[in-house]
Design a binder for this molecule. Structure first.
Ligand code: SF4
Length: 190
């Protein structure tokens, strides 16, 4: 079974969200913030095409948007927001609709894309970028062994959860539960 890169992001937010996504049959309408996020991604994709790569600290190179990736050995699939290719390497870029700090979930999501690019293109990826849309801030992220191991660990846990149909414990950060669409299925947190 292929795991989606978005599952890794959700896993670090709350592992149980991933469980419910696969095993709890609920209708998941696109919320207003989700719609806004999708719109922002589209606008940014258009603006990005007009800019140089200097804002990434890179010189000449090519840009590909909304790149579908599938890594057989990782059992991972996803669509990368932007892939920059230069003579010196390949750089995945993720667009985020946040002004705040970058949490582990965003970094591991980028790392998952980096590992997929390595498998699909046969190149080593040492750095990627996270682009915070509201501020235009671009943050380079080193694709470290530590981030790779955390990402692989999340993949292992998600596979175990799916194969054993094992419901993980709830997030210890109960504030996340207040507006969670799955809260009625988490009776033990209420
Ligand atoms: S209600 Fe809380 S524990 Fe349950 S899935 Fe949502 S965030 Fe996780």
């Amino acid at each position: 079974m292929n795991i989606r890169v978005s599952d890794i992001k959700q896993y670090f937010y709350c592992p149980r969200v991933v469980y419910h996504t696969y095993f709890t049959p609920v209708h998941r309408p696109m919320t207003h913030p989700m719609e806004l996020g999708a719109d922002e991604h589209e606008v940014l994709s258009v603006l990005e095409r007009r800019r140089t790569l200097a804002c990434y600290g890179l010189e000449a190179g090519s840009r590909k948007f909304h790149v579908p990736l599938h890594a057989e050995s990782l059992g991972l699939t996803g669509v990368l927001d932007l892939l920059i290719e230069t003579e010196t390497g390949a750089f995945p870029v993720e667009f985020k609709s946040t002004r705040g700090r970058l949490d582990l979930n965003a970094k591991c999501q980028l790392t998952a894309y980096a590992m997929m690019v390595e498998e699909c293109l046969g190149v080593a990826v040492t750095q990627g970028f996270i682009y915070r849309i509201p501020t235009g801030r671009i943050t380079p992220i080193a694709i470290s062994e530590s981030l790779r191991e955390k990402t692989r660990g999340a993949l292992r846990d998600i596979r175990r959860m799916l194969s054993d149909e094992w419901m993980p414990p709830p997030t210890p950060q109960r504030g996340k539960c207040v507006e969670c669409e799955f809260r009625r299925f988490c009776a033990d947190v209420l």
